[in-house]
Design a protein around this ligand. Structure first.
Ligand SMILES: [Fe+2]
Length: 338
């Protein structure tokens, strides 16, 4: 969920959430941070913390890795879902320091060992806050662009939710393939923005209730190029643009805009391509009904090695199997579409 007003508010004050089941730890953090003028929220367990992150954007979240009511991965996933820009620090006693170190792989930014040295903590917090303020302008711009992308998605009921759904599938695939948290983050952002270039395509073509002519299809094919041009001036999007620009490449080199082949296509773009195709096939379009999941799955298999990277299709099939989609036959269709 994009909460622009919250981001703006975060620029003026620093909000810190501390989660620990030891009251003494909560109180000492609270004292140190309040003296620095930070807004501190304390939570004794994850269910309490979860309520806070749903209603407030925090600059920094310091959380014990061994809370009784949550695992480390789930805790970090929750934070990323609700407080995307929070700087996450896990904390641990000496015996759990391995878990805290592993939390970096799950997406935490840093870890601390207990007991804490207050002056060290204050220095660290000041550095983080300074860095976040520098990034805030870029993030606001990024969020504005995401709002535009979602607005583009929402303007007709055929594409409503397309980008969000593509993003969810792409992130599931990336996780299944064991990609790093950073790579998954890039895929998540690129997924939301992948079709932003369609803003430059006329509605008469985009929403046409029938087959496109060759000229019209050539127009549609410009959207990755337009997307790249729109996003290029935004510095913080540099690592997402290759995924957006190449999401219609095919591994046999027959895609667009560059006709790249195989591994020359960025991995994230190959993942988006599979997620995009499956979402498009299983949704109604002005010119056809949605395909049942089973048929869409057969199409992915059929185009494995030609349009799609086989490893990515296999990973997605495992994801869909876990979701039970390999048994779904809930709607009918006249003709498959790639
Ligand atoms: Fe596209």
């Amino acid at each position: 969920m994009v909460r622009l007003s919250e981001e703006i508010r975060m620029k003026d004050s620093t909000y810190i959430l501390v989660v620990d089941d030891e009251q003494g730890v909560l109180d000492s953090f609270s004292e140190v941070f309040s003296n620095e003028g930070y807004q501190v929220t304390k939570a004794k367990n994850w269910s309490e913390a979860r309520r806070h992150i749903k209603t407030q954007q925090y600059n920094i979240i310091i959380a014990d890795v061994k809370l009784p009511d949550v695992g480390c991965q789930e805790m970090i996933d929750d934070i990323k879902e609700e407080n995307k820009y929070a700087y996450i620090i896990t904390s641990a006693g000496f015996t759990d320091i391995d878990t805290a170190m592993k939390s970096l792989q799950h997406g935490a930014h840093d870890y601390m060992s207990k007991p804490f040295d207050p002056s060290d903590i204050v220095t660290t917090m000041r550095k983080i806050v300074d860095k976040q303020r520098l990034q805030a302008d870029n993030l606001q711009l990024f969020d504005t662009i995401k709002v535009l992308a979602l607005a583009l998605d929402a303007r007709d009921h055929y594409t409503h939710g397309h980008s969000r759904q593509v993003t969810e599938y792409a992130v599931d695939i990336a996780r299944e393939m064991g990609l790093s948290f950073k790579e998954i983050d890039i895929i998540r952002d690129a997924g939301i923005l992948h079709d932003i270039g369609k803003i430059g395509i006329t509605d008469a073509i985009l929403l046409k209730p029938g087959r496109l002519t060759e000229e019209e299809y050539a127009e549609i094919k410009k959207h990755p190029v337009i997307g790249k041009k729109i996003l290029e001036p935004v510095n913080c999007l540099a690592d997402k643009i290759p995924l957006i620009y190449h999401h219609h490449e095919r591994i046999d080199g027959q895609g667009y805009p560059e006709g790249l082949k195989g591994d020359d296509i960025p991995l994230g773009a190959r993942i988006l391509s599979v997620a995009d195709a499956y979402q498009a096939m299983t949704s109604d379009r002005p010119y056809r009904k949605a395909l049942p999941a089973l048929i869409a799955i057969e199409e992915l298999k059929r185009f494995k090695g030609r349009q799609f990277d086989p490893n990515i299709v296999d990973a997605f099939l495992r994801v869909l199997k876990r979701m039970g989609m390999d048994k779904t036959a809930d709607n009918s269709s006249e003709s498959p579409a790639a």
